[in-house]
Write a new protein. Structure first.
Length: 252
């Protein structure tokens, strides 16, 4: 059973990459707490399906918009639309990412920039937009990093670099805007079992190797990550900022 956080009821929450995987679990978790949620994702069908499921469960359906938010103008547009619809932001969850594998010797300049754009740039510019609203009343930002920032596996240099930078960005923004009542933390998950991972990389052999290095021999689910995000966004975490919380079953 998920913990109940009364302080999250009616909070205005914005989630990037919210239609599937970890993002979808976060959106659903906030909706179940009675929060008002808005999200953006490239997948319109998945966004609508998630909103319909949440509504069918008896919760307020999230607002959703689509498009490529690595395009700065489009990111500004959809966030302005959400600000107008919800009358501001209380909580920003920077979740959107792309962990596509890539050979360091074959990555072009354009490919590098594209990977950094989705894995790092969006988080900064979404935070920039949200902070402008949060300075009025305070707020919370949670950045989704990855233990790949700590372990640096092969074939992922841009992803590792971006997720490492998110940890630094978290500390920087926390220090910069603490006096405005804005808390900024990072969640650093291990190998979370999502459909994308199962379809692309999480073979039985890979999972067995992963489990050998974990203290807890069980899968990390999107809901596990969402539960940690809820706590960090709630008033129960009111004196926590500038920190990174690993959730990896004891892998690191």
């Amino acid at each position: 059973m998920t913990a109940s956080y009364p302080s999250l009821k009616d909070k205005k929450v914005y989630v990037t990459g919210g239609a599937t995987g970890i993002g979808a679990a976060i959106v659903a978790a906030f909706a179940a707490q009675g929060a008002r949620v808005s999200m953006v994702d490239r997948d319109a069908a998945a966004s609508k399906a998630l909103a319909d499921r949440i509504h069918a469960a008896g919760h307020l359906a999230p607002g959703w918009r689509t498009g490529d938010i690595t395009d700065q103008k489009h990111l500004d547009k959809v966030m302005d639309q959400a600000i107008n619809a919800m009358d501001g932001f209380d909580i920003l969850i920077n979740n959107v990412a792309n962990d596509q594998r890539h050979d360091p010797l074959e990555v072009t300049r354009d490919q590098w920039r594209d990977l950094m754009a989705v894995n790092l740039d969006v988080a900064f510019f979404a935070a920039q937009k949200a902070i402008g609203e949060m300075q009025k009343t305070g707020g919370v930002i949670v950045n989704l990093s990855s233990i790949n920032a700590l372990l640096a596996p092969p074939q992922m240099p841009a992803y590792v670099a971006a997720k490492s930078a998110l940890l630094g960005l978290t500390k920087s923004l926390a220090r910069e805007y603490g006096e405005d009542g804005i808390r900024v933390n990072a969640v650093t998950p291990g190998w979370v079992v999502t459909k994308r991972q199962l379809d692309s990389w999480l073979t039985p052999e890979a999972e067995e190797a992963w489990m050998q290095d974990c203290a807890l021999k069980d899968r990390i689910l999107p809901s596990d990550v969402a539960n940690l995000v809820l706590f960090l966004a709630s008033d129960e975490a009111r004196m926590i900022t500038g920190q990174s919380f690993v959730i990896d079953g004891g892998r690191t």
